[in-house]
Design a protein around this ligand. Structure first.
Ligand code: DX5
Ligand code: ZN
Length: 214
């Protein structure tokens, strides 16, 4: 069964503590925490102080998605501030191998991310180092965008690489995941679902979990 990680970007920031309790009660597998720097992506979101607050508010695993340039400068800081899992974009650094080592040295789960326009081949040299691969199913920067269908081919390709090499990394998808797109991403190998606007659009988070679990 695919794991569900609601993206806090669409949560009610004025009531984060309550949001976190409701997520725990609904049985989600963790929370997804989007960091944007206004450079790598054309938007600015949340960072260290909010991560520390979320850490105090939940024991759920926190999956930090770094949409920032020069991620190597900030790995230790995010690790110390409450992240359990940290993912970095292959497009954001010329030193992806070193950054993944940094995450592992900090004893956190390491993920590598590819944008919709980035081929799977770019991450093959580090594929056996990571705990998860995040395939962006929208262009990063904003919640509420439409799912990009061409990413399904990349999911399929990644699943073949995974089984051909007996690897166990999770395949995470992020962007435009809802009751209409969930089935096709799972069919093509997704094992971790990030959902923002769709998930938090529900009054009752049990319903959101039920819809995504099918
Ligand atoms: C977008 C972020 C996503 C975002 C997804 O750049 O990485 O995590 O919150 O939002 P939805 O699920 O609304 O597409
Ligand atoms: Zn994200």
């Amino acid at each position: 069964m695919a794991k569900i990680f609601p993206s806090l970007l669409s949560a009610d920031f004025l009531n984060l503590n309550e949001e976190l309790s409701n997520l725990e009660a609904a049985g989600v597998d963790g929370v997804h925490f989007d960091v944007m720097d206004g450079q790598f992506v054309p938007n600015i979101s949340i960072g260290i102080p909010v991560l520390e607050a979320v850490r105090r508010g939940t024991s759920l695993p926190i999956d930090v998605h770094l949409m920032i340039e020069s991620p190597e400068k900030y790995i230790e800081l995010f690790a110390e501030s409450g992240a359990d899992m940290i993912s970095v974009h292959v497009e954001a650094t010329p030193h992806i191998h070193r950054v993944i080592q940094q995450i592992k040295n900090a004893k956190k789960k390491a993920g590598v991310v590819i944008n919709p326009g980035t081929p799977v081949e770019t991450i093959l040299p580090v594929i056996d180092m990571v705990d998860y691969v995040l395939v962006m199913t929208v262009n990063p920067g904003f919640g509420g965008q439409a799912f990009i269908e061409s990413t399904l081919t990349k999911l399929k390709q990644l699943s073949s690489v995974k089984s051909a090499n007996n690897l166990t990394f999770d395949i995470e998808v992020d962007g435009g995941i809802n009751d209409k797109t969930v089935e096709k991403v799972i069919e093509n190998g997704a094992t971790m679902l990030v959902a923002g606007s769709y998930f938090f659009g529900h009054q009752n988070y049990d319903d959101a979990v039920k819809q995504l679990r099918g």
